[in-house]
Design a protein around this ligand. Sequence first.
Ligand code: BGC
Length: 709
Amino acid sequence: MDLNGIERLIAEMTLAEKLGQMTMSPAGSAQTGPVRGEATTEAVRAGAVGSLLNIWGREATERFQKLAVEETRLGIPLFFGVDVLHGHRTVFPIPLAEAGAFDPDLWERTAREAAREAAADGADLTFAPMLDIARDPRWGRMAEGPGEDPLVGARFAAAKVRGFQGGDLAAPASLAATAKHFCCGGAALAGREYAAADLSERAVHEIYLPPFRAAVDAGCAAIMSAFNSVGGVPMTAHVPLLRAWLREKLGFDGVIMSDYAAIEELIDHGVAADRTEAAALALKAGVDIDMVSNVYFSVLPDAVSRGLARIEDIDAAARRILILKMRLGLFDDPYRRTKEARKNSEAAKKLALDAARRAITLLTNDGILPLKENIRRIAVVGPLADAREEMVGPWTLAADPRQCTSILEGLRAALPDREIVHAQGVTIKDDDVSGVGAARALCEDADAVILCVGEAARMSGEAASRAHPGLPGRQRELAEAVLSTGRPVVALLSSGRPLIVPWLAERARALVATWFLGAGAGEAIAEVLIGRFNPTGRLPVTWPRAVGQIPIFFAERPAARPANPTDPFTSKYIDVANEPLFPFGHGLSYAEVKLGNLRLDREEFSAGEKIAVAVEARNLSDRPAQETVFFFARDRVAAAAPPVLELKGWAKVELEPRQTKKLSLTLSAEELSGLDSALEWRLEPGDFDIFAGLSADRRFLLSARLRCR
Ligand code: BGC
């Protein structure tokens, strides 16, 4: 099939057949939203469906494909779309955790592996990567994305698109990627799922769009519009962002699909009176595929006859979908992805373990970790200690939880010569505290306690907003009881978001963010606890100390009166510090690295030039170190108040004990641009500060000044 063939096909298609191509239906495998009817054999045979979602398995997909190819009038193959957020069969760490590895190569490799597995299971396209910048831990979907920073989001986007799509979309192990959710879901009102995002255009362009631009630049095949509205306009009908920005400005010519039932939900948003108006609005905005609502198929003919929708727009949408199918190689061989049997997944398992290790973030440690030889009896306590199924985390469809190792299993395997005792104490959700006494008793004669607390896997992800993002259920009572024994407690937090537990951070001897790590969870956690692996995870999100600080992030704009401890009339709370519990980029290791000698290769620069930034990293410890160094900038004076810090890049360095190394970063002048009043990126003359640090904690940043001519 080639482009001429597609034009011939379009010329032959009836309106109903075109609308069929624009219809994506569920097929009974996984329910990820309210059920709105499923694709039937008859509908597929009639050409009323162009793609199916969240169905996998060779037999199931091939059965539908056969119907489409052999029994429809034109024989146009279906494509199958599946959510593959952090692995398909093999589970990798949730994206938020993986983001904390700050390693684009890892991000790409896990996507590649996931694509290979999902393709062998019949998928042609994945509804990933999820690129919502998120600065509000109440919002459960923070778990699915790259965290708070647009640059991290952009690099994550590019890596994931490369990983899923490979070099050739038609290759049997490649999937089309879908950058989602376009856009601003992370800014949902008060962190409440599906709520409106009412924010400035500047914020949209500065914070939420860069990852999507990067996805488009990387050749992303599809984009999913978000459920929410932005500035009063639902994203499913957002002409300025979908048509003017994405299509016209960026030149995106791939497929845009709605989110699940989102076209029909334009009625709930209050911008469409009925299904016909809803369909017409979405089409006008450039949404090619109707996921689940089935309004395009049922009412667009009516909209066309009422003059609400244009046939040219329908043709353009059908054309983009057929081109995607062509690029996926489906016209040449609709069964190309399922031909090869699924490969032995040993390599995937290894990769999952490696990713899990690298995502674990050591938040505090008074020296109790790594666990020493004299710790002989270890009490492993809490509802997440022996909970394989929770290690999977939210949003996997095809993963078998039995592949995960629990924390208890991981520790027992890693420390066969120690006495390891276990008690659950409480469950995550129930109110029953009858097990607390026994758990406490178990801890009393332990040399150390590993307290495993946090969220259940499904307490983050979609439709999992939390007004109290702390420890759910009665886990705090368990924690207090265990802490009251006076035994050294290492607290492990399993979660899809930062949990607000300042009291635990204060009283535990060490606090570790273990997120949801997937297949390698238990083993990776044990390796970190015993020091076999020196932790490398760094926070991709600011970790608040109080719900009232939310939204919280490092790139805020200056206050009219910046906080000053000695002046009450400055920007601060009277009941809590402004500072987060842990800043973006924070993460300890068992080594100690210090930065010094930040140097720039020039004092002035102009547009088009490059700036070399160098800094020295010194390992002060007797252990090898692996550090991540962050580089930030601040425009001193600009037309629009510039953020107090903006991330410009990061570098990783490995140091032998006591070794010092120089690390460098090259910045192009344009990377110091800001958005001007027309929301175009522009370099403004004047002074800039360049910073280097091990986190975004401004107290510890090295800085150097530079002038733009
Ligand atoms: C989610 C999407 C997902 C889709 C299909 C929706 O509810 O918002 O992220 O891709 O369902 O499962």
